[in-house]
Design a protein around this ligand. Structure first.
Ligand code: SAJ
Length: 422
């Protein structure tokens, strides 16, 4: 079958790879981002867990074409939309990308096609945003075309679970649609899990990520109270983890980042409130705590520097800016917020992240510094915000006057009198 994948990001590209290598399909990749198009034309990767070789392999079989125009949709059997679903400045859902994708596709849709939305979004989006646009073309959903929602479950940065091994949930707007969706994915995913509707599939994804968001935020709150009580939160999480059942370890950190976990729950919260006047208290509280974390970390730095140094006369070396370890993505990363806050307080801030060369801050581009022992010795404190596996934390502890470790990255080091843990 021929497939169009709209959105060639960390979801779209792994999907393209599966359809080409496993599904033996002809795939048309569509993306409006010139930078991505340019990278692909030069066979270069822009994703941390996709090598240039992986990109070359996509084109090797002559069954992958990329472009920015949507007219190729005329030739395909399946259209899969994997565009971003961010939140805007007031933390409300921003469906611009989804609306643009379906509007640009609409003129080329025809009978017999399967249209699938993969972007994480609130229950009702598929029926409210895609169905009317498709039917405005004179196509009856559930008869002429199938309309399906199937959440992505890619986990950037970890290689243990290959995407095809992760069960694929999907739900159609009608049973006919669900059947059509299963036929598309059965060829490339080991396990396909059909639920009763598109909105059930939308809700499945939001439940997964909301639970994760709430649990991590809870751990951050526990970390704060442990600090007050002079208890090592990392020690008690490990001890609680010895219980063979009933306790799932989550870990504190500088705040939950990325474009999934801190974002998806806000889509659910918004919809519940907007449409059903229902306040999901756990999500609003988890969000409140998450938004507090950068101030908490900055306050911890201020406190740890005193009485040697006041924050406005200090030099701080931040280790790790990505939203989580071993990825190159700093979207929604609390490290950016923390760096901006420290600079606003007058500190001189350097950063090192092996995956990120420069940070776009609100008023400047902060270039990566080199990680040398001299640099560490020159700074008043080293602040570990992301625990990338490839960094030597032994050197950081050895050469930094003071280390503030928000990820327990120094846990394996014995004598670390100069380390303060979150
Ligand atoms: N984080 C903590 N403490 C934890 C776990 C994570 O502070 O115990 C932070 C991370 O540092 C990061 C944020 O939370 O800033 C999100 O981390 P994540 O591990 O959840 O990574 P994501 O955002 O890439 O989440 C993806 C999600 N996958 C999909 O949405 C398909 C999520 O559903 C997965 O549960 C997650 O990977 C995973 O399992 O690692």
């Amino acid at each position: 079958q021929k497939v169009a994948v709209i959105g060639l990001g960390y979801i779209g590209l792994p999907l393209v790879k599966l359809f080409i290598h496993k599904g033996d399909c002809m795939v048309y990749g569509i993306d409006i981002d010139k930078h991505k198009m340019n990278s692909l034309l030069h066979r270069k990767s822009y994703l941390s867990d996709f090598s240039d070789k992986d990109i070359q392999a996509l084109f090797a079989k002559e069954s992958f074409q990329v472009g920015s125009s949507f007219d190729v949709i005329t030739d395909v059997d399946v259209v899969i939309i994997c565009v971003p679903t961010p939140i805007d400045r007031s933390q409300n859902p921003d469906l611009t990308y989804i609306r643009e994708a379906i509007r640009s596709s609409a003129p080329y849709l025809h009978t017999g096609q399967v249209i699938i939305l993969e972007s994480s979004t609130y229950p009702g989006t598929t029926e409210e945003e895609l169905l009317p646009v498709i039917e405005s073309q004179g196509l009856k959903v559930g008869k002429d075309v199938a309309l399906v929602y199937s959440p992505e479950r890619v986990d950037p940065g970890q290689q243990t679970w290959a995407i095809e091994k992760i069960p694929k949930v999907l739900g159609g707007v009608t049973p006919f649609c669900t059947q059509a969706g299963m036929k598309v994915y059965e060829t490339i995913f080991d396990k396909v899990v059909a639920v009763s509707s598109a909105r059930a599939a939308e809700m499945t994804k939001l439940l997964e990520n909301s639970q994760r968001f709430i649990n991590i935020s809870f751990m951050n709150e526990i970390a704060m109270v442990c600090k007050e009580m002079k208890i090592d939160v990392w020690e008690i999480i490990q001890a609680a983890g010895t219980k063979p059942f009933g306790f799932t370890p989550y870990y504190p950190g500088p705040g939950i980042g990325g474009h999934c976990i801190p974002v998806d729950p806000l889509y659910l919260h918004w919809k519940a409130k907007q449409q059903h006047q229902f306040e999901i208290n756990f999500i609003s509280l988890a969000n409140k705590i998450n938004e507090q974390m950068p101030s908490y970390i900055v306050h911890l730095v201020e406190e740890s520097l005193q009485p040697m140094k006041r924050i406005h006369e200090s030099r701080i070396f931040v280790i790790g800016a990505a939203f989580k370890k071993n990825v190159n993505d700093y979207r929604e990363s609390k490290a950016v917020t923390i760096i901006e806050r420290l600079k606003t307080l007058g500190a001189v801030v350097y950063f090192y992240d092996p995956y990120i060369e420069e940070l776009k801050l609100s008023s400047e581009l902060l270039k990566r510094s080199i990680l040398t022992k001299e640099h560490l010795q020159l700074c008043d404190c080293t602040l570990i915000l992301t625990d990338h596996s490839c960094i030597s934390y032994d050197d950081i502890v050895q050469y930094s006057p003071l280390v503030i470790d928000t990820r327990n990255a120094t846990s394996h080091i014995e004598n670390k009198g100069n380390v303060i843990l979150l």
